[in-house]
Ligand binder design. Structure first.
Ligand code: COA
Length: 254
């Protein structure tokens, strides 16, 4: 295990398992770094034909570690999250995601870059960026409205309205909803089928499907706005409120 990400490889499948269940798999800078490195290595590893992302415990991921957000706002240091987002957006290999419990923030937006998403029954997706006085990332401000329509995406972003598994399936975010116990086996079965397909055709098909989207450009725009919001007094209030387990009060800011 490296940095709370368990990485295994067999039968053409690279499994990346978030393994920080005591913190609901909240993603730290080190975890993003481990994921980005694994994506980069997979691109030149002929033994890897498909990547499967999953999370240990009762929750896929609670999103970015909020205390990392708080310290990132005070620093200009490069963040591994940017490397991770570019890696997942540019990944040439098919990506399968197995998601249970909750997928918060980047936990949901990363699914927009995956090619086959399985949800366990009862899973809830949320993108509460504005609740934290931030803005959406991972090109989700482009991809989520394209996928589910502006009205639903706006409610999810601006109000943090949850998306239930059945809606995520009906709206085209997920391929299937399965019983929780069947999640990992079903994801492995799909990954294994993909691994047996002709590699060049799979990667060329994925590339053809993605070439019209101005994803990196959108990420750059989002990144500039995100960095400004991260350093804002409203965001500091939101992070402090999370640490103190209270509701944030944005009324004192204009
Ligand atoms: N960053 C850092 N720590 C987090 C976290 C996050 N995003 N999400 C959960 N944790 C930690 C909690 O602080 C808690 O730590 P502790 O046991 O040391 O007190 C532990 O994980 C368990 O979380 P808890 O809140 O008790 O679990 P829950 O099941 O009641 O609620 C969530 C789960 C995901 C609903 C809730 O933790 C939450 O809202 N987290 C923040 C999500 C978020 O805003 N992410 C950023 C999105 S942009």
């Amino acid at each position: 295990m490296a940095d709370h990400v368990r990485i295994t490889k067999s039968d053409g499948i690279l499994q990346l398992v978030l393994d920080r269940a005591d913190k609901k798999n909240a993603l730290t800078d080190a975890m993003y770094g481990a994921l980005a490195d694994a994506f980069a290595a997979a691109e030149s590893d002929r033994e890897v034909r498909v990547i499967l992302i999953a999370g240990e415990g009762d929750m896929y991921t609670a999103g970015n570690d909020v205390s990392d957000f708080a310290s990132a706002g005070a620093s200009d240091a490069p963040r591994n999250v940017d490397r991770f987002l570019r890696a997942i957006a540019g990944c040439s290999l098919p990506l399968v995601a197995a998601v249970q419990g909750r997928a918060v923030g980047v936990g949901t937006t990363m699914l927009l870059h995956c090619d086959y998403v399985l949800l366990a029954e009862g899973t809830i997706l949320t993108t509460p960026f504005v609740n934290l006085a931030l803005v959406p990332e991972a090109a989700s401000s482009l991809l989520l409205p394209l996928r589910i329509g502006h009205a639903r995406a706006f409610a999810a972003f601006a109000l943090g309205e949850p998306i239930a598994a059945a809606d995520a399936h009906a709206w085209g975010i997920a391929n299937r909803v399965v019983e929780p116990a069947a999640l990992r086996p079903a994801a492995l079965e799909v990954a294994s089928r993909l691994a047996r397909q002709p590699r060049a055709s799979v990667t060329a098909t994925k590339a053809l499907m993605k070439r019209t989207l101005a994803v990196v450009d959108q990420m750059d725009c989002e990144g500039r706005e995100f960095a400004a919001r991260l350093a804002s007094p409203e965001a500091k209030e939101a992070f402090a409120a999370f640490a103190e387990r209270r509701a944030p009060d944005f009324s004192k800011f204009d």
